[in-house]
Design a protein around this ligand. Structure first.
Ligand code: SAH
Ligand code: F3S
Length: 462
């Protein structure tokens, strides 16, 4: 079934040239892969095309324009998207005039190659070129293959009001900066998303005010390295932006992602501790527990530096949950390096982790200068070992929560029972509990009674 969106109502924006535009009755379908930033970008893309008269459909079979917002972070992410493209092939044959566009990181990485190699692709648009989409779609409608993969030093889509695509109307992402200047040796992001730049804080706060008016209760401020947020020569730092967001209303929960160990300051930690509505949860990707590997990864910090940052979090925000990212089998990683990762995990006791096998990405520093020399089966075995350990750590952390009472923001109805709701506590743990008279969007106090390694279960109190 198609979802016809009233764009003016949703965004407060006046749709322009709807009547004059041939696309006025066209339907678009968008599929999003990869990180939260891509989710936020898709919402900007829908907003830009809505102003051109495109309405959104959830059924790609009835779409006139199919867009795939893509991820290049690991090879398997790209393979998944190529497989998905194959599924659109027959549809393209059946429906004359159907346009298929690749947008986002794969568009930026592969550029013209996508048009040449994947015959069904009509449009290739990089992450900084979305404002050009209406023109590119028109070109593609006229039979040309349309491409814009220019990266920008300024573009932040600052004043564009995104069309929200989430289903629950409770929690939303807000992009505060774009790009990344860190140049970690393994990472493709600086090449696909360009240079770091911060968004005007007023436009960020306005977007959050709009969300509050629509009834949203939680925002996650997004950037590849939020600690580097810097507006107008340090006039507004990340700590200040967090504070300004928290002060909008105590009813709003504030989250952020992602912090970077080298750049995370105590000032940010004190700001989190000061405002009860800034969630006590920090995602602090470490990648490896070995200083030698960290050096080869060009992360700019040591194992000891990372441990110091963890100690600071635990000192300043005592009940803060901490999660991380890990890569196993990076170039030259020895068994000893791997053991150091395991021991760091034990030392921190992460609540949660995202764990990956190293995947060499073309043109990155590592791909150019270092052999991808850890055999596949060793990468897999090490990945299994860190996953197993993390499973144990998550379970231990959840067991420590039994008997505690948490404020939970209700996000939905439990998949297993209509009588139970689920939401998250500040620490970002999923909590399932009896429904009573509560509904999605409510804050409730829940006392934890049992748990698994993934979920806390409890009962409403008070
Ligand atoms: N700073 C970013 C990191 C983006 S990439 C953020 O906002 O999270 C997310 C994670 O993917 C990284 O932390 C890293 O663990 C993983 N990753 C990046 N490049 C990778 C590669 N080439 N192979 C395997 N994992 C990778
Ligand atoms: Fe990638 Fe490192 Fe930036 S992981 S996104 S280059 S912080």
């Amino acid at each position: 079934m198609a979802i016809e969106l009233d764009i003016k109502k949703l965004t407060g924006l006046q749709p322009i040239i709807v009547k004059a535009n041939p696309a006025a009755h066209s339907k678009m379908y968008i599929e999003t892969y990869g990180c939260q930033m891509n989710v936020a970008d898709s919402e900007v893309v829908v907003s830009i095309l809505a102003q051109e008269g495109f309405s959104l459909t959830e059924n790609y079979k009835e779409a006139d324009l199919i867009l795939i917002n893509t991820c290049s972070i690991r090879d398997n992410a790209e393979q998944r998207i190529f497989n998905r493209l194959n599924e659109f092939k027959s549809l393209k044959k059946q429906r004359k005039g159907l346009l298929v566009g690749i947008i986002g990181c794969m568009a930026e990485r592969l550029k013209e190659d996508l048009l040449e190699k994947v015959k069904l692709v009509d449009l290739v648009v990089g992450p900084d070129a979305y404002r050009d989409l209406p023109k590119l779609v028109r070109e593609a409608e006229g039979g040309q293959r349309a491409i814009n993969v220019l990266l920008s030093r300024e573009e932040t889509y600052a004043e564009i009001s995104p069309v929200r695509l989430d289903k629950n109307g409770v929690s939303s992402f807000v992009s505060i900066m774009r790009g990344c200047d860190n140049m970690c040796a393994f990472c493709v992001v600086p090449y696909t998303r360009g240079r770091e730049r911060s968004r005007n804080p007023e436009t960020i706060l306005n977007e959050i005010r709009e969300l509050l008016e629509k009834g949203y209760k939680e925002v996650t401020l997004l950037g590849q390295n939020v600690d580097k947020y810097n507006w107008n020569n340090s006039e507004v730092s990340f700590a200040r932006l967090l504070e300004m967001t928290a002060l909008l209303t105590p009813d709003l929960r504030v989250r952020f992602s992602t912090s970077y160990p080298q750049d995370m300051t105590d000032e940010v930690l004190y700001t989190i501790a000061k405002y009860p509505n800034i969630c006590n949860y920090i995602h602090l990707p470490v990648q490896s527990g070995s200083t030698e590997i960290l050096e080869k990864m060009r992360r700019g910090y040591t194992r000891e530096w990372y441990m110091d940052r963890i100690s600071a979090i635990k000192r300043i925000i005592p009940d803060c949950a901490i999660s991380s990212d890990f890569i196993t089998g990076f170039c030259n990683e020895t068994e000893e390096d791997h053991q150091q990762t395991l021991s760091l995990m034990e030392w921190v006791g992460f609540e949660y982790a995202y764990m990956f096998k190293y995947s060499e990405r073309p043109n990155t520093f590592a791909a150019r200068k270092m052999p991808d020399d850890v055999p596949e089966e060793v990468k897999s075995r090490r990945l299994d070992e860190i996953m197993e350990l993390q499973h144990k750590l998550s379970h231990q952390s959840n067991l420590r929560d039994i008997g505690k009472t948490f404020e939970v923001l209700v996000e939905g109805i439990s998949k297993k029972s209509d009588e139970r709701l689920f939401g998250r506590n500040q620490q970002s743990k999923v909590v399932v509990f009896n429904k009573k008279d509560k509904k999605i969007g409510d804050y409730v106090m829940v006392k934890i009674t049992t748990c698994t390694s993934a979920t806390l279960h409890g009962e409403i109190v008070g």
